[in-house]
Design a protein around this ligand. Sequence first.
Ligand code: SF4
Length: 476
Amino acid sequence: MHEFQSEKLKELRKKQAITQMELASMLGVSDRAVSKWEKGISAPSSKHLLALGKIFNISVEYFYGGKKNIDSAAAEKGMESLKELYKIGRGPSSSHTIGPEKACMIFKKKNPNADKFKVVLYGSLAKTGKGHGSDVVIRKTFAPKECEVEFNYLESKIPHPNTMDIFAIKDGKIIDKTRVLSVGGGSIAFENKFSPSKDKPYKINHFSAISKYCRENQIRLWEFAMENEDTEFYDYMKKAWEAMKQSIKRGLNDEGVLPGGLNVQKKAKSLIESQHIDETRETRENRMVCAYAFAVSEQNAAGETIVTAPTCGAAGVVPAVLYYQQQKNSYTDDEIIKALISAGLIGNIIKTNASISGAECGCQAEIGSACAMASAALAELFGLSLDKIEYAAEIAIEHHLGLTCDPICGLVQIPCIERNAVAAMRAINAVNLASFLWDSRKISFDKVVQTMKETGHDLSSSYKETSEAGLAKINL
Ligand code: SF4
């Protein structure tokens, strides 16, 4: 057991010339509480430790001599329901269509007396909003009332790469306004007070803490989720799996050209119907898995209904891997749903501790996260141990580190569709590797998630869903 090192707090505070009273007011506690922490009479709660970490820009571990694991209860801030991760909605982009649509619906309901609305899009929402169809979705949401959509490409002082301002107008005057951040996977955050507060049914949010709990209580990951979610959760997951299957089936029967002007042909049908000249079992497996991933991703690009897993752009990876297993090994829907729930925990851990937004951390946060989720799902389906599930998810995301988001013309087509297929195959490989090498693992899943976040923040914004660099520079 490592003790809170009170002298370190005092040292940090003095170094930054902050008084006990100032620190107390930043934390919303009394100055006597800070004094007691510095004297070692008591220790800050988990919530206050996290806040101290942010104020001094250090890890919680620092207060424990670097020995306390960052995954300890002190760093736990809870997680939202998996229903917030697996959203059933229309593509092509969770942060550019599902998120703005949700924000506009809430704002419209709050302002029934407005005669028109105006929305200003900033950052990635402005730069790739046209390609993703953000303006179309926004106008449709406010219809029949008029809505002007402005793309502001220049403003750089924004709190999140996907920021939007919404105005309600009556008799030519602004009667209400709000700023909304579309933070990834269709989730939104309002800057002002009418934001509905988010429930966090999970009290812990790092893999190490969750796996510790599962070991102590001898339960699997999906059972841990069931303990935390509400009574409607399982039925919701059934619906989500059904929607995933439907998107595959529709995609396999669909043909033609995707909208947007790139002249991209839908390929899922031809992939499922063709055969390699010298088709082995392995080649067939690749072809089938890719066909399923293409099917969902093409449905997403066409604006059809898919399930975010964890986002629209990366929606093909998880269903492709699971659907292939169901076809091949006749797993029941119940078994698949349990695997999907375990995968959801992996996605939720990434969403909570790092990001699942391409605009915030690049494609590693979308496709990398989807690959980690698919690996965990498959490992769960195979009944592998917690260590192996963790290792599979860790391998999957580790080898996507640094992956940029550079969709051509801002459309979720090139490289996105193929990328889903490649990630689905990688997920299978990650599980195979993890099942053999798990006992020599050196890096925890939580650490690689932290690394993904840091890498994402270091990436230039040109590579984060702005269509300014990389593949997006190619003229087709
Ligand atoms: S490149 Fe990746 S992150 Fe970017 S839109 Fe495509 S799938 Fe999403």
